[in-house]
Design a protein around this ligand. Structure first.
Ligand SMILES: Nc1ncnc2c1ncn2[C@@H]1O[C@H](COP(=O)(O)OP(=O)(O)O)[C@@H](O)[C@H]1O
Ligand SMILES: N[C@@H](CC(=O)OP(=O)(O)O)C(=O)O
Length: 393
């Protein structure tokens, strides 16, 4: 069997755990399986590195710094496998055989990654590649990342493109549990779960598998979550079933909508950036922006709404062309991305018509090349989510 085994930060959190990880890989190799390993940064290394970047950096430097977590892990695992007589090589961005490539907009270059992953699969005979999870390389050879939790994505993506039989996500829980065992008492392994169910859980905070990873799962690829203590990569845990079709993401926490009205908005260059700049001064993240003829609307986290309102108000009173700022909350946003979304004519209509038929008021609709974001009242979020999900079932 061909297996991609991903060791999460928790399963590589100490020397002992690295030894266990190496033992489990060595056992699987001894049993005659072809194994490729994906390694995360040890323990909380990524968080620690990010926390220590207290100074201004550009994206390239940031990615280089943060990459050191995974780069260390693959060296650790390679050394631990070498003493077990396993022929292993580590792959990191910059290596000639490196597989994961991102494009100009930071997304996975599927065609190139698929090609490189297939080449990697062809070299599996007798050698265990240990790939840095989470990291990628752009066309110019710079290090990029796949976003937090990105090692799961590396693993499921490579599993798919390397034509593996199984992807095993090794972590510090028995599998996908009935609740977060760090929070609830008596959580137990669900045994089997569909991609769609898990997608909902992972969007709402179950970190056990990163939601972006699930988009790479196809019907034939077995994905399993197992505890690092088992020692046996190929049994137990939770099996994730089914196939990813499209990605529907509901933001976990409510948004506030701040609308600035003013005659100048339609014809004064730079007004949007002036207003956004006011929010940036206080590091307020803008989740989305919608602009009209006489108004512009910013969506920000509800927790920072008061601060945002005060900052925008300062601009309103100092600028004659702006008349007023108003706030509405709480607001939910449902985003549909991925799949064949951009290629389907009429898809927006198909998303919003059933919402209107159910009496759900759409506060805003923001579309981009690859996504549709529907903003609704917070209390309508569950029914709106169900309705949007039905479209993609
Ligand atoms: N429903 C759930 N089932 C299992 N684990 C969960 C669930 N919800 C949240 N978790 C948390 O996910 C954690 C595993 O994810 P993470 O810390 O990212 O692991 P890793 O470092 O192995 O990637 C568990 O320790 C657990 O606290
Ligand atoms: N180390 C990266 C990638 C990752 O997936 O980590 P983990 O497997 O520990 O969730 C992060 O912390 O985001």
């Amino acid at each position: 069997m061909r297996v991609v085994a991903k060791f999460g930060g928790t399963s590589l959190g100490s020397g002992d755990r690295i030894e266990r990880a190496a033992d489990s890989v060595a056992n699987a190799v001894a049993a005659g399986h072809e194994i490729a390993v994906v390694a995360s940064a040890m323990g909380s290394t990524t968080d620690d590195l990010l926390e220590d970047i207290t100074f201004e950096t550009n994206d390239e430097d940031r990615a280089e710094i943060v990459s050191m977590g995974e780069r260390t892990s693959v060296r650790m695992l390679k050394a631990a496998l070498a003493v077990r007589d396993i022929d292993a090589v580590f792959l990191e961005p910059g290596h000639p055989d490196w597989p994961v490539i991102t494009n100009e907009v930071g997304e996975v270059d599927i065609e190139e990654t698929r090609r490189r992953a297939a080449a990697l699969a062809d070299r599996l005979d007798g050698v265990v590649p240990i790939v840095t999870g989470f990291l990628a390389e752009d066309h110019a050879g710079n290090v990029t990342t796949l976003g937090r939790g990105g090692s799961d994505t590396t693993a499921v993506m490579l599993g798919n493109y390397m034509n593996a039989d199984e992807v095993v996500i090794v972590t510090d829980v028995e599998g996908v549990m009935t609740g977060d065992p760090r929070v609830v008492e008596g959580a137990r392994n669900v045994g089997r779960i569909t991609v769609d169910e898990l997608r909902n859980l992972s969007f709402r905070g179950a970190e056990v598998v990163a939601p972006s990873a699930l988009s790479y799962k196809d019907e034939n690829l077995v994905v399993r979550v197992v505890h690092y203590q088992h020692g046996d990569l190929l049994r137990g845990g939770t099996q994730i079933e089914g196939q990813f079709e499209s990605l529907i993401d509901m933001r976990e926490t409510p948004l506030a909508c701040l609308t600035v009205a003013g005659r100048a908005i339609r014809n004064r260059p730079g007004i949007l950036s002036e207003l956004a700049d006011a929010l940036r001064e206080d590091s307020i993240n803008i989740d989305a922006v919608a602009s009209g003829m006489d108004s512009v609307t910013f969506y920000v986290d509800v927790d920072v709404a008061e601060r945002a309102e005060a900052l925008l108000h300062e601009r309103v009173v100092s600028d004659e062309a702006l008349s007023s700022v108003s706030v509405a909350d709480p607001i939910a946003v449902i985003r549909v991305t991925g799949g064949e979304l951009p290629n389907q004519s009429g898809v927006i209509q198909e998303i919003i018509s059933p919402l209107a038929e159910s009496g759900i008021n759409i506060i805003d609709l923001i579309t981009s090349a690859t996504s549709v974001a529907v903003f609704v009242e917070w209390e309508d979020r569950e029914s709106a989510l169900r309705i949007v999900q039905q479209r993609f079932d």
